[in-house]
Design a protein around this ligand. Structure first.
Ligand SMILES: Nc1ncnc2c1ncn2[C@@H]1O[C@H](COP(=O)(O)OP(=O)(O)OP(=O)(O)O)[C@@H](O)[C@H]1O
Length: 542
């Protein structure tokens, strides 16, 4: 059963006899006017997989950064590790000494180095006189991978590995660091996993979870951060929920429900989203027809997008769907194919540039937001309104006050927290920055909005609001492409979903078939649907 902070005692875990591996009491962190952490207390027991949930900006990453020694907490808090009082603030390397290790979302691997070098990076860097005993390093790397029953070729460069193998490697490395430290100290360690699973297909996520579970059975613990409530419920023993920097509640996972979790996260129950989906394409006016888009890894048959239609694109990772928004916008050069907009002469996609796409009123929200779509160092209002800045200038002067007012209105609509248009975009949490960038493109009211994983990293309440905003825009005539691995999102928001396998469109789901389960089934069953001809022309190496 979930408990709110009022129902909890000061001592959150009193049921187990073993002392907690990590015990935090009254940890606070202030950034200017923002209380990112407000007296957070939390225990993680040995062998426990502990979920950390919360809305965007609720303080999850700040807590991890305090533990990594990156942020100094405010005075007054305490940290115990295996019952030892640890002096705060932690210094950057303290976590290693204590037996903690981190897997951040970017995984922290060096892509140009091999698996072996990534696993043994510390030993290789410290090799006496620069002389590396490769025979010894090879045997050590193999032993580590065998220990965790992970089968990855040690001489492969990390940038040649599949997404799941990269994630597995990062987790194995983190657990191995902790295991070795535990051997020295005789005490359990702690691995902190900060959203390591986005974009991974279900079976790969299961593989990662099995690995973490096996390691936890040996006594070390894990903290697991994710916005995917079902994933957290399935995978963890206990959950702590943060809201506005405070612990809003804790729950034993096996007795809590999904709705309990939603309520602890956003402070209210979610109404069922009732989305009005428009009629099928046959009855729509066509906005654009994309014919034979082809690249090194994609060979898509012709498809049309109706005015006011939301089309989902999905498949297993690497099936090609994730490249479609970029190919359709000219952000990635197509080898062949055309787009015909509103019945005009076809435009050759190999010559389409993002500038030309913008002139045709296309917009693209890339998956890699801050890097490709926003400028972290400039203000939120400038980021939001930059594409239409001329609307706010007269006789050479910019009307800053009007821009800020509009940005504040959009911020409230998309629940950007804190809603301060003057703050730099880079000061927002990842999910809040994503809300700003969605608002930016919705505001431009493009004819065709191309989205790559639009709600990745966005919390459950705002996700619902984004769905509603997308549906409302579609009803006003905006056409939207949503490339996503999130079947639940596709079911909630799309009129039609195209399923990709090995670069081809192999199925199309509409009407009663457009459900989360059918989407997942279509993705997993997708390869068997490739015809013999498709197989002989496969465009992606298996
Ligand atoms: N370096 C910083 N300077 C100013 N404010 C910051 C800084 N880092 C975080 N914040 C603020 O602290 C609050 C907590 O942010 P944090 O990144 O911890 O949230 P989060 O729960 O990890 O969010 P998300 O789920 O979106 O990643 C937010 O309001 C954020 O804007």
């Amino acid at each position: 059963m979930a408990m709110t902070s009022e129902e909890m005692s000061n001592d959150p875990v009193a049921v187990e006899t073993l002392p907690p591996t990590l015990r935090l009491r009254n940890i606070s962190k202030v950034f200017g006017a923002t209380k990112a952490l407000d007296n957070v207390s939390l225990d993680v027991l040995p062998g426990e997989v502990h979920g950390l949930l919360g809305t965007n900006g609720s303080g999850k990453s700040t807590l991890i950064k305090v533990l990594a020694g990156y942020h100094s907490p405010e005075p007054g808090g305490t940290l115990e590790f295996n019952s030892d009082n640890v002096k705060l603030p932690l210094r950057p390397e303290d976590f290693r000494r204590l037996g903690m290790s981190f897997v951040h979302q970017d995984l922290g691997l060096v892509p140009s180095l091999t698996v072996l070098e990534n696993l043994r990076i510390a030993e290789i860097a410290l090799a006496k006189g620069g002389l590396i005993n490769w025979k010894h390093e090879k045997a050590a790397a193999k032993t580590i991978l065998e220990r965790y029953d992970v089968n990855i070729e040690i001489w492969r460069r990390v940038d040649e590995l599949s997404a799941v193998n990269r994630a597995l490697l990062a987790i194995v490395r983190a657990f191995e660091d902790v295991r070795r430290r535990s051997e020295e100290t005789g005490k359990p360690g702690l691995v902190l996993l900060d959203e390591p699973t986005p974009f991974l297909p279900r079976e790969s996520v299961n593989q990662l979870f099995d690995l973490v579970r096996r390691i936890a059975e040996q006594g070390s613990s894990a903290i697991f951060i994710s916005h995917d409530i079902d994933e957290v419920m399935e995978f963890t023993d206990k959950v702590t929920v943060l809201r506005d920097g405070r612990v809003s509640g804790q729950a034993e996972t096996k007795t809590a429900t999904h709705d309990d979790m939603v309520e602890l996260i956003i402070g209210r129950r979610l109404e069922k989203t009732t989305t009005t989906k428009t009629a099928s394409t046959a009855k729509r006016t066509v906005l654009a027809k994309f014919s034979d888009i082809s690249s090194k890894t994609v060979k898509a048959r012709p498809f049309e997008i109706g005015k006011g239609e939301i089309i989902g694109m999905t498949g297993l990772i690497g099936s090609g769907y994730e490249q479609l928004p970029y190919l359709m916008f000219g952000a990635q050069r197509a080898d062949a194919g055309t787009v015909q907009i509103e019945g005009q002469s076809p435009i050759v996609l190999s010559g389409l540039t993002p500038k030309a796409a913008l002139e045709h009123q296309f917009a693209l929200l890339p998956g890699d937001r801050l890097e490709k779509s926003g400028v972290g160092s400039i203000s939120i209002f400038e980021n939001m309104l930059l594409p239409g800045i001329t609307d706010y200038s007269a006789r050479g002067f910019l009307n800053n006050a009007a821009m800020k007012k509009e940005a504040r209105r959009l911020g409230a609509q998309f629940e950007v927290r804190p809603n301060n248009p003057e703050a730099p975009l880079g000061s927002l949490s990842g999910g809040n920055a994503q809300k700003v960038l969605i608002a930016k493109w919705m505001k431009r009211n493009p004819k065709l909005l191309l989205l790559d994983e639009p709600t990745q990293g966005v919390d459950v309440g705002t996700r619902d609001n984004i769905f509603k905003a997308l549906r409302a825009a579609a009803q006003q005539g905006m056409s939207i492409v949503c490339a996503s691995s999130d079947a639940e999102q596709l079911e909630a928001v799309c009129d039609r979903v195209l399923i990709f396998a090995r670069g081809r469109i192999i199925d199309e789901l509409t009407g009663a078939r457009l459900t989360k389960d059918e989407i997942m089934q279509a993705c997993y069953g997708s390869l068997s649907k490739l015809t013999e001809t498709d197989r002989s022309q496969e465009v992606i190496e298996s």
